[in-house]
Ligand binder design. Structure first.
Ligand code: SF4
Length: 314
């Protein structure tokens, strides 16, 4: 098998975004400052490798604040953001909290609040039960914001409020699918208010464009990321839609189909915004042990976004 030559098109940018880097740094710095353990509400970012590594360093992950046994220790809110009620509950428990919500998610929260204040009824385009969607909807009183998940829901949507409507979106959606949903809403509601700048974040957009750019040249495409990582799952969809039907998510429990790779000449590799580069390197090392590989990194744009961590951790 080692004689088999496989060309790897390595998509760039890929992997960690600025919001994920910041969230991980917040947990690490909190452990340094307050001592272990620190609590983290929900997976800080959707990646098992990252979560396991932080557990080893002294983080305890919980889903809700009432699970926290020692409330004298600080709690960190994950990068996906939380409903307004959560910091309030932490205050009521007298807990120290540190908010690792990505600034680009917080931006959508503020947008939704401002639109609500300006008298709009708000549509959130996103996926039900994703923590980011729960967090964004939880910025406003019940009924002030409604979820639309796909084109069908956009076609069937009726504004039952007596207000003008506006929309915001989850940050990690498919750029192309979201455009189609927005177009349906715009056709149906001519004066719908839209965000000045897209809510889908730079990292999601760049990773999707980079995959789209190379997918048609690949026989197989592998996205490294966790099953519950929205942006990783979207990358698989983008690769499929852009010409590589045989595209898969490689997560911690996945079996890599090496026998299928044996029948491929060119494979694409990318990784979601919460997947560390070491997982990509490990995968490439595995391929190197089995095949003669040639790597061609195809970068469509350089990223230099950095988000500051909260002052109290400096
Ligand atoms: S994917 Fe985008 S919104 Fe989510 S943490 Fe990264 S930069 Fe922030």
């Amino acid at each position: 098998m080692k004689n088999k030559e496989v060309k790897i098109l390595l998509s760039a940018p890929r992997g960690f975004c600025a919001g994920v880097e910041r969230a991980i740094e917040i947990v690490e710095k909190s452990i340094q400052k307050y001592g272990a353990p620190v609590y983290v509400r929900h997976e800080i970012v959707h990646n098992k490798f990252v979560v396991d590594d932080l557990k080893k360093k002294g983080a305890i992950f919980v889903e809700e604040l009432d699970e926290i046994q020692d409330k004298s220790k600080p709690v960190i809110f994950s990068a996906h953001g939380v409903p307004k009620k959560i910091p309030k509950d932490a205050k009521d428990y007298n807990m120290t909290y540190i908010d690792a919500t990505c600034p680009l998610v917080s931006k959508v929260h503020r947008e939704a609040e401002n639109l609500n204040r300006a008298g709009y009824h708000i549509i959130l385009i996103g996926h039900e039960n994703h923590p980011e969607v729960i967090g964004t909807m939880g910025q406003l009183p019940n009924g002030a914001i409604e979820l639309i998940q796909d084109e069908m829901e956009a076609k069937n949507y009726n504004n039952k409020s007596n207000k003008k409507i506006a929309f915001v979106t989850q940050t990690t959606l498919s750029v192309d699918d979201t455009k189609d949903i927005i177009q349906i809403l715009k056709n149906r509601f001519k004066d719908i208010h839209e965000p000045k700048k897209e809510d889908i974040c730079y990292a999601t957009t760049n990773r999707q464009m980079a995959v789209k750019n190379i997918a048609k040249h690949c026989d197989m495409f592998f996205i490294i990321g966790s099953k519950n990582s929205s942006n990783s799952v979207r990358l698989v969809e983008v690769a499929k839609k852009s010409g590589c039907e045989n595209s898969r998510l490689i997560h911690s429990e996945s079996e890599v189909p090496y026998n299928e790779i044996h029948n491929s000449n060119t494979i694409g590799i990318s990784s979601g915004a919460s997947a560390p580069e070491i997982l990509v390197n490990n995968f490439i090392d595995d391929l190197r042990n089995r095949f003669t590989i040639k790597i061609d990194e195809v970068e469509i744009i350089k990223e230099n976004v950095v988000f500051k961590i909260p002052k109290k951790l400096n």
